[in-house]
Design a protein around this ligand. Structure first.
Ligand code: AMP
Length: 283
């Protein structure tokens, strides 16, 4: 497995691998890898001839009060997992390599579509501009045929899908299902921050989504009713940023579910903020 830190070398690798029509799958990550990330790697390996994974903790998607400095960076473990998974190349650029104009300055950036505004956009106003910008940069650094993103970060997936559509990018975005712990907790790099007690209480998030799904499958279409089911079961969390039912396309609130929707939760356990969601499909 090659580890590559310069954009020039990454581009050269992709150029070489894509000769004679071979396809490349890109899996962007921030490291601290778990089985959720590996499911993206497996999907990439299954559908592409070559697979590259990036590990880059992107400073521009963290607000000043967030966990950029504490974000876990177990790089040796990550590389061992990727080697074991059969990844051929890992792109690990420095912040200077990715942001030649500096991260603090007013450099050129991507302004995401309106789907970035609700939900996370309310609680983390600069977050998706940082995400869209770094993903655009990764697409330039590692030109690939397909890029694999988890449904775990549902709004992020929507932001990236819109960016690819709106900017006419020639890359296919492949959404991948949420991988969960056996007890239902959605896998996340941030789960390692949780104390035993917080880890136990965090289970209410996936349980509340299970209950919403069950009510939806039993015929409930009233968003307020579904949201109150979530609210009732999220009390073990220390705080809840949102627990809502939104339209699948716009992520805006819907009073009544008449087409595909999604239930989304963001909640804190101690200092750790977790997100999860469940798609509610009408067709
Ligand atoms: P991150 O390292 O948190 O930026 O995540 C990198 C990619 O892995 C994103 O596309 C995430 O949506 C995806 N991902 C993270 N956790 C999971 C999970 N539990 N199941 C599926 N995909 C995930």
């Amino acid at each position: 497995m090659e580890t590559i830190s310069s954009i020039d070398a990454m581009r050269a690798w992709c150029r070489e691998k894509s000769i004679s029509g071979k396809t490349i799958g890109l899996v962007p990550t921030m490291g601290a890898l778990h089985k959720g990330h590996l499911s993206l790697v497996h999907a990439a390996k299954n559908s592409c001839d070559h697979c590259v994974t990036s590990i880059f903790v992107n400073p521009t998607q963290f607000a000043a009060n967030e966990d950029l400095d504490q974000y876990p960076r177990p790089i040796e473990d990550d590389l061992a997992m990727l080697r074991h998974a059969g990844v051929e190349a890992v792109f690990m650029p420095t912040a200077d390599e990715m942001y030649p104009g500096g991260v603090e300055r007013h450099a050129t950036s991507v302004h995401p579509s309106a789907v970035a505004l609700p939900l996370e956009g309310v609680h983390r106003p600069e977050h998706f501009a940082g995400v869209a910008t770094v993903v655009m940069k990764l697409f330039q650094a590692a030109p690939s045929d397909r890029a694999f993103f988890g449904r775990k970060d549902f709004q992020q997936l929507c932001v990236i899908e819109h960016m690819v559509r709106d900017m006419n990018l020639s890359i296919e975005i492949v959404p991948c299902d949420i991988v969960r712990e056996p007890d239902g907790l959605a896998m996340s790099s941030r789960n390692r921050y949780l104390s035993d007690d917080e880890r136990q209480r965090a289970l209410c998030i996936s349980k509340s989504l299970n209950l919403v799904e069950r009510a939806f499958l039993d015929g409930s279409r009233d968003a307020k009713q579904l949201e109150s089911i979530m609210a009732d079961h999220l009390s073990p969390c220390d705080s809840v940023d949102y627990a809502v039912v939104a339209d699948r396309q716009t992520l805006l609130p819907v009073p009544k579910i008449t087409r595909n929707a999604v239930a989304l939760v963001a909640a804190r356990l101690g200092a750790t903020r977790l997100i999860d969601n469940r798609e509610l499909e009408t067709e």
